[in-house]
Design a protein around this ligand. Structure first.
Ligand code: PBG
Length: 326
């Protein structure tokens, strides 16, 4: 008779542990979010996201070169426009800051780097909402869809390989797919922020892009309620039916159950966004010497893969890639 079960046999050496590891995290499994600002001469550090910048076109392309060199899977661009208006026109103008940056990166890197564009209005609207407003101040879902469609076409024409609608308007993926098809932009990938929760973890991002929601408002009438789980299955199914090629869960660490559900629910590639607040918490605790920052980052990002994500959007992309591939 055996004495006792010994699962520890497989943990004895680093080589054994590596052999039986169920999950891996490679640089190519990470996408780096990058901010590009209009009309600035110098990159500006973002206080609440240590190590991240509002880039100029120059510093953006230098950062992209460094990311390519360490094998990171892609970049996703966010714009910081010089001016904002009610209709968020910078999001869809051909000379909007992200469109200019997309063209530049596409020219420099061609298909060597997967260049993505976040697709939303909030960085560009004076009121900070992700859609246009009715006279009573509520977000007009269907009027917003037309503007998202225009933004998708502008981004795709500028060189985005992937457009990523993040505004949580109903029907957004369908509207974008239809507009892209109508313009013959049939190869543009749609990566849908499918299950996006109204989260307290977006704070540093809003500093990064200078977004303040008017009248102390929030996004709870369009982003999901964190008390809900099943609702995400429906959101993801709808997005895939409307033509999404990839679906996303956001934030990451507090929604691993959702990620695990969606891994079974859909068969398209699945990703998660390890958001600004998640990055900031790790950075802040590490700066105090309370945790080992890179070790915790690696643990969290690997957990996202274990829960079912094929890849992860993370401000740690470069730092962790450099740890993985010294
Ligand atoms: C909306 C958008 C947001 C983020 C990505 N896309 C902000 C929001 O929904 O309020 C947050 C990303 C992060 O916190 O890192 N354009």
């Amino acid at each position: 008779m055996f004495p006792i079960e010994r699962p520890r046999r497989l943990r004895r050496t680093a080589a054994l542990r590596r052999l039986v590891a169920e999950t891996t995290l490679a640089p190519s499994d990470m996408v780096a979010p990058l901010f590009v600002a209009e009309g600035r001469d110098e990159p500006r550090p973002i206080t609440s996201l240590p190590g991240q910048f509002q880039h100029t076109l120059e510093s953006l392309s230098a950062e992209a070169r460094a990311l390519v060199a360490c094998g990171v899977g892609g970049v996703i661009l966010f714009g910081v426009p010089a001016t904002k208006d009610e209709l968020g026109s910078g999001a869809y103008d051909a000379d909007g800051v992200v469109q200019v940056a997309l063209a530049r990166l596409r020219e420099e890197f061609g298909d060597e780097l997967v260049v993505m564009a976040d697709l939303c209005l909030d960085e560009y609207t004076s009121h900070g909402h992700c859609g246009v407003l009715r006279a009573d101040g509520t977000v007009d879902n269907d009027a917003t869809l037309d503007l998202y469609a225009r933004a998708a076409v502008a981004q795709a024409r500028a060189g985005a390989a992937v457009v990523a609608p993040s505004g949580m308007m109903d029907g957004q993926v369908g509207a974008i797919r239809e507009a892209l098809e109508a313009e013959g932009l049939v190869d543009t990938v749609i990566m849908a922020y499918a299950a996006k929760y109204a989260s307290g973890l977006y704070g540093p991002f809003r500093e990064a892009v200078g977004v303040q929601i008017a009248d102390g408002g929030d996004r709870r009438s369009y982003q999901q309620d964190y008390r809900n789980r099943r609702e995400s299955w429906r959101e993801a199914r709808l997005d895939v039916d409307e033509g999404a090629d990839i679906v996303m869960v956001k934030p990451a660490m507090t929604y691993l159950d959702v990620l695990s559900d969606l891994r079974r629910e859909v068969d398209v590639p699945l990703c998660a966004y390890h958001v600004s607040g998640e990055y900031a918490m790790v950075k802040a605790a590490a700066a105090q010497g309370w945790i080992d920052g890179p070790a915790v980052a690696l643990e969290q990002l690997t957990a996202v893969r274990r829960a079912g994500a094929d890849f992860v959007l993370t401000y740690f992309a470069r730092e962790v890639a450099e740890v993985l591939n010294p």
